[in-house]
Design a protein around this ligand. Structure first.
Ligand SMILES: Nc1ncnc2c1ncn2[C@@H]1O[C@H](COP(=O)(O)OP(=O)(O)OP(=O)(O)O)[C@@H](O)[C@H]1O
Ligand SMILES: [Mg+2]
Length: 322
């Protein structure tokens, strides 16, 4: 139960979270157990009603963090406190996936897909569930008559709307949106983002929103966190992060956004190209894991893992330079 939960406490509190995946040892004889450090020490708190965006290069652990928060994965270490409770309540925390087709059972009707979470949690009578399905279909912009159809009868955008309706059917409070529009045609991406925003406002939802599209993340998020090799290296209110990025990795990431019609000029506008590849999360560099690609790296960066430290109100950076 969540008796001790206070109203203004964070809805979600993640402390020291790690998720390691065992991998097969390269050398059969060494017997060495190797792990992928997909999430390697994340602290994050999210307020009710807030949307926190999460960005970072492919493989930095965004999906693993999201999946561990909704308990699709068991944490290797650390704590996830939801509404004051460490025991997950699966109904209250849901996930919207990138691939709307793979996440919908092709043999089930749309109505059954959307009402399945209600059935699992024993919510409502059959009639009430059918009514809820119809209301949800309308809210995501689909025709309620389509409840009898199957997923293959819909376009990609419509299927993602079905995925959204399903995620919201049991009235969750917290939703992890893991690249919900990346698989869709550019022309319909904005529509699906609008649906997610409308539903957030309608139900007072809290989102953890993962995406590669930095402009979209800026648009939808109250705060944005930047991940690098399993850790959050910077997190700040969206406007602050985009206007005043501090971490060298964030600066590099943001410098890759094309700035059409930008009036500002000067060195800050130059695109920063990072040297080398992202190191392997099996054997990450010591200390600051970004140091192998950082233009400001110094010897001492190898010694200590920089901790997220508040530099301005609500603006946290994990870098020795700040
Ligand atoms: N089930 C798994 N088993 C083993 N390794 C995994 C597993 N899932 C993810 N990984 C590894 O963990 C690291 C983080 O992966 P993750 O999918 O979380 O990254 P991501 O930031 O979501 O990337 P992308 O932007 O490509 O979606 C990667 O090195 C990945 O190969
Ligand atoms: Mg991912």
């Amino acid at each position: 139960m969540s008796g001790s939960y206070e109203k203004d406490a964070p809805l979600l509190e993640v402390r020291g979270l790690k998720k390691y995946f065992p991998v097969r040892s390269r050398s059969f004889f060494s017997g060495e157990r190797r792990v992928v450090k997909a999430v390697d020490g994340v602290d994050l708190s999210v307020t009710r009603g807030e949307t926190v965006g999460l960005v970072g290069e492919s493989g930095c652990g965004k999906s693993t963090l999201g999946r561990t928060i909704v308990r699709l994965y068991e944490p290797t270490e650390g704590e996830i406190v939801f509404a004051g409770d460490t025991v997950p309540d699966r109904r209250r925390v849901q996930m919207i996936f990138q691939d709307p087709y793979a996440s919908l059972n092709p043999r089930m009707t749309v109505g059954d897909i959307i009402s399945e979470p209600l059935a699992i949690h024993g919510i409502g009578t059959r009639t009430e569930r059918a009514e809820r399905v119809h209301a949800l279909l309308r809210q995501v912009g689909l025709n309620p008559d389509h409840a009898m159809r199957y997923p293959h009868e819909f376009s990609g955008g419509q299927r993602q709307r079905i995925g959204i309706a399903r995620a919201l059917s049991a009235e969750p409070e917290f939703v992890v949106c893991d690249e919900p529009i990346s698989a869709l045609d550019v022309s319909i991406q904005a529509q699906v983002v609008n649906v997610l925003e409308d539903l957030r406002d309608l139900y007072g939802l809290t989102y953890l929103f993962i995406a590669h599209d930095l402009s979209m993340i800026r648009h939808i998020s109250d705060r944005v966190g930047v991940m690098y090799l399993g850790r959050i290296v910077e997190i700040a209110p969206a406007e602050e992060l985009y206007g005043n990025p501090e971490h060298p990795y964030t600066k590099a990431l943001l410098s890759s956004i094309p700035r059409i019609g930008s009036r500002k000029e000067g060195a800050g506008e130059r695109r920063i190209v990072l040297k080398g590849d992202v190191p392997s999360p099996i054997d990450p560099p010591s200390g600051c894991t970004f140091r192998t690609r950082c233009p400001h790296a110094a010897e001492e960066c190898a010694d200590q893992v920089p901790v997220l430290t508040e530099r301005e109100a609500g603006h946290y950076v994990a870098c020795r330079l700040y």
